[in-house]
Design a binder for this molecule. Structure first.
Ligand SMILES: [Zn+2]
Length: 220
């Protein structure tokens, strides 16, 4: 089975280039790249890490571009992936779930990465159109690629599904490691954060919720 990361490969490229004309200050995605690099250089210097050696002179540039990539989801509308749907495959398609979606996000409190996997699913209303499976992964990963709180990320994903598709319910369970908790502060290495967001029938029916959680935890 193809890794979902491979399915996503290359997807960010159009959103990583701040300027098409080679001028980093004249971006076409609202990013003042030149300003950001100058400020990053000043920040490193103020921290006692001057970037004045051959190996470090481009560090502010690389740092800013890495942040740009980690927040690429700010410059897109993730819901666009739901624009194309397919006719209902049957009168009752049941629960549709994509487990094991790997993602990277940025904790908005520390600007440090958190990474993990999520399971995203929905329950189409009988007879309603469905979306391609990779679209669930694309939407989830683009909402993740923003400065986030995990609690909000799960909610945004189920809201996007509820808003864009004709469903009886949507669900998102996220399991992740936050480097602001594992590498610093509490240094709780190995600790995970798990959040669960359920809407519609997944919230109202314990049987459906349990079915979702069972499917979400099955090894790929
Ligand atoms: Zn944090």
């Amino acid at each position: 089975m193809a890794d979902i990361a491979d399915v996503m490969k290359g997807d960010w490229t159009p959103f990583l280039r701040p300027g098409q004309d080679g001028d980093p200050d004249n971006g076409d995605c609202g990013v003042q790249l030149g300003d950001a690099i100058r400020h990053a250089r000043a920040m490193f210097a103020a921290l006692g890490m001057p970037c004045d050696q051959e190996g470090t002179t481009a560090t502010p540039d690389r740092f800013v571009r890495a942040m740009l990539e980690l927040t690429a989801g700010l410059r897109v509308d993730p819901d666009r992936h739901f624009a194309r749907t397919f006719p209902a495959p049957s009168a009752d398609p049941g629960i549709i779930i994509v487990p094991g979606i790997r993602f990277t996000s940025v904790c908005e409190h520390h600007a440090l990465a958190f990474t993990g996997t999520m399971a995203v699913g929905y329950l189409p209303r009988p007879g309603a159109p469905v979306v391609g499976l990779s679209k669930l992964a694309r939407v989830a990963r683009e909402y993740a690629a923003r400065p986030q709180m995990q609690e909000r990320l799960g909610d945004q994903i189920v809201q996007a599904i509820t808003r864009s598709l004709d469903t009886d319910g949507a669900a998102c369970v996220i399991r992740s490691q936050h480097s602001c908790m594992t590498l610093r502060g509490a240094r709780a290495d190995g600790a995970a954060m798990v959040t669960s967001h359920m809407r519609g029938q997944f919230r109202e029916s314990a049987a459906l919720r349990n079915e979702f959680l069972t499917l979400a935890n099955q090894p790929g």
